[in-house]
Design a protein around this ligand. Structure first.
Ligand SMILES: Cc1cc2nc3c(=O)[nH]c(=O)nc-3n(C[C@H](O)[C@H](O)[C@H](O)COP(=O)(O)O)c2cc1C
Length: 354
């Protein structure tokens, strides 16, 4: 049998490593534990009337949740995309596919990203790396997303995981100009997305200046993509080990970007509904997750994902209720008290505390 090309093997190996190995940050957390939500004892709400729906990119979601881009590009993972997109459709939450780069060389694998048949109304996000977007014209980038019926295109910024690979992309010159061009020329909204190292205000300001309106912070504290690549590449192992925990924790990333003209997706290490509520209080419009969905699916199929989402959304609902909020937009920075390392970070970086 002819061996599958490296790029196709890679997606399967990423999926398997994330399913079975210790791929999360080792010492650094999201710092959401340094956010305390303020309990309100005197309530005038009914739990079942708490409205968790939000409007995102022109679509109404039943919950402020997104399953962020993971995979596609191999038969083995195409089934995952279809199953999880169908779950997202049923729950009324968003769904992103993984990098569509493989389609540039293997257009015949389009069906492994195609989910519209099972998820006709889901908020669907396409995905492409900044290094590939720079080499393509805008029409070709957008076509990748349009051919799967996506509502927006995520451009992932993944320098840390590339430069610890022996044959990764080391040249990120022209990144901002690429995003500026895409925003100006694309018929679809562009979402700037990290892949687990988080965001700083300076980068957020530059993106806002060129017209980006959505950022997925994908902060430190969850899946470490430096870690995943370190497990795959023995040659640069020492470099990978040194940077395994590199990045701005998710809570700090949100504090970095709030107050700019950006809508924020909080992802990176979000595992519970209570953490989601804290992220929303820090200024996120939407909360994203990857690894817990993959693991719930591997352990229990779509029923496993349903069970995970049931407890996640129940927790989120209770958190809103006990903060005295009737809807998601009621949860504001005034409900959150920062402490410890997070407060120190916000102070030293001279970020607005609220
Ligand atoms: C198996 C797997 C594959 C991923 N592939 C991509 C990808 O192709 N493009 C991308 O932008 N992010 C990718 N990610 C990153 C996630 O979208 C997310 O930003 C990151 O894992 C942090 O979230 P988490 O801690 O909930 O996993 C992948 C994550 C996982 C677990």
């Amino acid at each position: 049998m002819t061996p599958a090309p490296e790029i196709i093997n890679r997606k399967v190996s990423h999926f398997d490593l994330c399913a079975h190995q210790a791929v999360e940050f080792r010492h650094k957390t999201t710092w959401l534990e340094a956010v305390e939500l303020v309990h309100q004892p005197l309530l005038e709400t009914h739990l079942e009337e708490i409205d968790l729906s939000v409007e995102v990119l022109g679509k109404r979601l039943a919950y402020p949740l997104l399953i962020t881009g993971m995979t596609g590009g191999a038969e083995e993972v195409g089934r995952f995309n279809r199953d999880i997109a169908a779950v997202a459709e049923r729950w009324g939450i968003g769904f992103g596919v993984g990098s569509q780069r493989v389609l540039l060389r293997h257009p015949e694998l389009k069906h492994t990203f195609a989910v519209r048949e099972v998820a006709p109304d889901v908020l669907l996000l396409g995905n492409l790396g900044i290094a590939q977007a720079r080499e393509l014209n805008t029409r070709d980038c957008v076509r990748l997303a349009e051919q799967i019926g996506a509502d927006a295109l995520c451009i992932h910024l993944n320098a840390a995981m590339e430069i610890i690979q022996e044959h990764g992309d080391y040249d990120f010159r022209g990144s901002l100009a690429t995003i500026e061009r895409l925003v100006a020329e694309s018929s679809l909204p562009i979402i700037a997305k990290e892949t687990g190292c988080g965001f700083a205000r300076e980068s957020g300001q530059q993106l806002a200046r060129v017209g980006v309106r959505w950022v997925d912070v994908s902060g430190a504290g969850g899946t470490s993509w430096v870690g995943v690549e370190t497990l795959r590449h023995r040659a640069l192992r020492n470099l990978g080990e040194a940077f395994w925990d590199w990045g701005v924790p998710t809570a700090a990333s949100l504090c970095e970007l709030r107050g700019l003209e950006l809508q924020l997706i909080a992802s990176g290490g979000i595992r519970t509904g209570l953490q989601a509520a804290k992220a929303l209080a820090l200024g996120a419009q939407l909360v994203g997750m990857a690894l817990p969905i993959l693991r719930a699916y591997v352990a229990g199929g779509t029923a496993g994902v349903d069970a995970f989402l049931r407890s996640f959304t129940a927790e989120l609902r209770v958190a809103l209720m006990l903060c005295g909020c009737a809807r998601v937009s009621d949860l504001t920075p005034a409900h959150a008290v920062l402490s410890g390392q997070l407060l120190e970070w916000v102070t030293q970086r001279a970020l607005p505390v609220r």
